[in-house]
Design a protein around this ligand. Structure first.
Ligand code: TGC
Ligand code: FAD
Length: 387
């Protein structure tokens, strides 16, 4: 029996029935709703907001959080499969879901009061409220400990000053999870749209993640009540804990982008006749395609085991770093190689590889650059902090 070129080790057979059903549902959504429009949306530099209600109806927002907050209560592997199938469409769609789920709903759930959970989580699961996550600042995202944005106590309120840069969903958001330095260390605040002094400005001229909203946030004496502070965490471990959740999902997403690129390269290469034979009949081309399949298979097994560790409560941040580094590097290399195999046709957004390659330039930078993740693994091996 012929093997599935996109799942050479039959990793799908290791999934439960429920996990497969989740994957099939999201795959259908991507095929029917994302793929027909995404090339144009990317060209136009437009996030396809019209997809948001369906994404919510499918239960993809905060999918791992409990049902009592209007969420689907799925396991970590299912969340990973959601990311994979969405990013087979576009990294921008997966980013929207990552930010809403892992970077906004997760901290409200994990660090928020019961009142904050009740107020925000059901609305966010239903996309009646959209969130963004403000950690990075203009002077250097890799070193968030050097945070300039600050919050000062003033009676029952906090007054926030500073700015954040490169914030996904910034101009879409009803609520921003803003990390700010206080006298007691870094704390998280729920800054709501319309609060005086809070503005968002969309970043234009992006050549990557064009189907995603990216913004700068500004805080000019923004007065926030103490009831909008996340009460259950202090210090850098707050935002880093959210990043671990999002990075986990990002280990899965690029597998989808890579599969889309391999698929396009295979289909194109079989039909392209050069020197009287299909492009795919050349050894040099088969070597490239075989290498893509090898690297996709490795990434699939890495993410699945990571998901199983997470579901068992045993996942370590260093393991997430290794998988984020490996899988994003795998996908960007495959997208560039697939672009090359398509020749001139590969430079237009009529074919997906260049769009994925450009998107992955952001994915390899955000949520910890490749170098940051390599240094996390290096620190684990040597016991020496080289940052
Ligand atoms: P260190 O000072 O040693 O640790 C501080 C505290 O945090 C704990 N911790 C973690 N907790 C959970 N998850 C992790 N991954 C954690 N890493 C560290 C640690 O135990 C400690 O706790 P405690 O109780 O002792 O205080 O910090 P570090 O030396 O480990 O951090 C250095 C470094 C460079 C790894 C870190 O600063 C880092 O990861 N920098 C990169 C920043 C980053 O990734 N920013 C991403 C911004 S968000 C984004 O990009 C969204 S894109 C979304 C999209 O569109 O999809
Ligand atoms: P820098 O930290 O200035 O890094 C520049 C270079 O220096 C990199 O190559 C890096 O690897 C390297 N470097 C850094 N430290 C070292 C070292 N010690 N040794 C060797 N090399 C080093 N942030 C948010 O908070 N929320 C969001 O929603 C969000 N969305 C984003 C969306 C997009 C499209 C993009 C592009 C970014 C987004 N980010 C977001 C920001 C992202 O997390 C940062 O861009 C990232 O953390 C890197 O920070 P920086 O851009 O300031 O680069």
């Amino acid at each position: 029996m012929a093997l599935n070129p996109y799942d050479l080790y039959d990793v799908r057979s290791l999934l439960s029935e429920e996990e497969r059903a989740v994957q099939d549902t999201v795959a259908r959504f991507t095929d029917e709703r994302v793929l027909p429009i995404i090339g144009n949306a990317f060209d136009e530099g437009r996030f396809p907001k019209e997809l948001i209600p369906e994404i919510a109806e499918l239960g993809l927002l905060g999918s791992s959080l409990p049902e009592q907050y209007g969420c689907a209560g799925l396991n970590a592997v299912s969340y990973g499969l959601i990311c994979q199938e969405l990013e087979r469409g576009d990294s921008g769609i997966r980013s929207f879901v990552s930010v809403q789920s892992s970077l906004c709903m997760y901290p409200i759930y994990a660090y928020g009061s019961e009142e904050q959970r009740q107020r925000w989580l059901p609305d966010m699961a239903a996309a009646r409220a959209i969130g963004c996550f403000g950690l990075t600042e203009p002077h250097g995202g890799s070193d968030p400990a050097n945070m300039k944005t600050n919050a000062k106590r003033d009676g029952g309120d906090w007054v926030i000053n500073g700015s954040k840069m490169w914030i996904t969903n910034g101009n879409l958001a009803d609520v921003a999870i803003v990390w700010a330095m206080t006298d007691e260390g870094i704390q998280g605040f729920l800054v709501e749209k319309g609060m005086p002094g809070f503005t968002a400005q969309e970043i234009k001229h992006k050549m990557s993640l064009r189907a995603s909203v990216t913004s700068a946030l500004f805080f000019d004496n923004v007065r926030v009540p103490d009831s909008n502070r996340l009460p259950n965490v202090k210090g850098l471990k707050g935002p880093l804990g959210c990043l671990t959740q999002a990075r986990y999902g990002i280990t899965w997403g690029p597998i989808g982008a890579a599969i889309a690129c391999l698929d396009e390269a295979l289909r194109y290469g079989k039909e392209r006749i050069l020197f009287d034979r299909p492009l795919t009949a050349n050894q040099a081309v088969q070597l490239k395609l075989a290498d893509m399949a090898r690297r996709i298979t490795t990434a699939q097994l890495l993410s699945l085991q990571l998901g199983r560790l997470k579901d068992a409560g045993n996942m370590q941040p260093t393991q997430v770093s290794l998988a984020k580094w490996n899988n994003v590097r795998m996908a960007i290399d495959i997208a560039r190689e697939a672009r090359d195999l398509l020749g001139g046709a590969g430079i237009t957004t009529e074919h997906c590889p260049i769009r994925h390659a450009l998107n992955l330039e952001s994915v390899i930078t955000y949520e910890g650059t490749e170098t940051v993740h390599q240094l996390v693994v290096g620190r684990e091996l040597t016991g020496i902090n080289a940052f």
